[in-house]
Design a protein around this ligand. Structure first.
Ligand SMILES: [Zn+2]
Length: 268
């Protein structure tokens, strides 16, 4: 018996078990399919980040790097169950209007986004949104769903330590599609969830959630001839602004509470 049919048999036996074990709930109560162990997705995120650091120049302007780090770390520090020491924040010297956060605790912010976000609150909007994708395990959900759709064979291979899915597909699943030329946007449900959670995260850190609306409006409009890279992997129509408006009273209450308890970030 060759190894492939054997794997297929294992997959047939394991698949129903995996699906049974796979039902998870996101932080907003949405049902999710999660089959990969968290550590596996974390190491995918860490490996992708190392590759990006090899291939993309980092910004050398200490004031702007400190500004971006301050915003990201202020959000992370305000999350009670988050360990700041596991996170690394890097600012890339590239004009794309983009940012990402990866499982494993890595954040990348591009110089173009620092130019587009008009103040620390607007930058916190995007960074909070990205951290929310990680906290809600959206990459794991996406890889898990894709693998189940392919019959479960790859799940077994990956669990057995054979990462056969091509690297660029993994990058895309992690939300890094623009970096490898594969557009795999987050789903509408994942985007709405990242918006809602991100708004909460920024408000809890003392950033003004009302600034999220001009930020997304500016993003939507785009600057110059091409739309911001961020929107190609994080699509959201007009529904985004409407949903944010509906969530604003709750976010403002969190923000006022944060201000009262002395959270008044002054990053830049
Ligand atoms: Zn998103």
């Amino acid at each position: 018996m060759t190894s492939k049919p054997k794997l297929r048999v294992v997959a047939l036996i394991l698949l129903p078990l995996l699906v049974l074990a796979a039902c998870a709930t996101s932080p907003t109560g949405r049902r999710q399919i999660i089959v990969l162990p968290e550590e596996q997705v974390d190491s995918m995120g860490l490996a992708a980040f190392e590759e990006l650091k090899q291939s993309t120049r980092q910004l050398r302007d200490p004031a702007r790097v400190d500004y971006a780090r301050c915003v990201a770390e202020t959000i992370l520090r305000s999350m009670d169950d988050e360990d700041l020491s596991r996170w690394e924040v890097v600012v890339f010297d590239d004009e794309q209007v983009n940012a990402f956060a990866l499982p494993g605790g890595r954040i990348g912010i591009y110089r173009g986004l620092l130019d587009t976000a008009e103040n620390q609150h607007q930058l916190a909007t995007v960074v909070g949104h990205e951290i929310a994708h990680v906290r809600a395990r959206h990459a794991n959900e996406r890889v898990s769903t894709g693998m189940l759709a392919e019959g479960g064979l790859q799940v077994v291979q990956v669990l057995a330590g054979d990462p056969s899915p091509r690297k660029s597909q993994l990058f895309a699943a992690l939300g890094l599609g623009t970096q490898v030329g594969i557009l795999l946007p987050f789903s509408r449900a994942q985007e709405s969830e990242a918006d809602a959670l991100g708004l909460e995260f920024m408000a809890r850190a003392g950033f003004d959630p009302r600034e999220s609306i001009p930020l997304w409006e500016n993003m939507q409009k785009g600057s110059g001839s091409k739309p911001p890279e961020f929107l190609s992997t994080h699509p959201a129509g007009d529904t985004r602004i409407r949903a944010l408006g509906a969530q604003m009273p709750g976010a403002l209450a969190i923000y006022e509470q944060a201000r009262r308890s002395g959270r008044r970030p002054a990053c830049g």
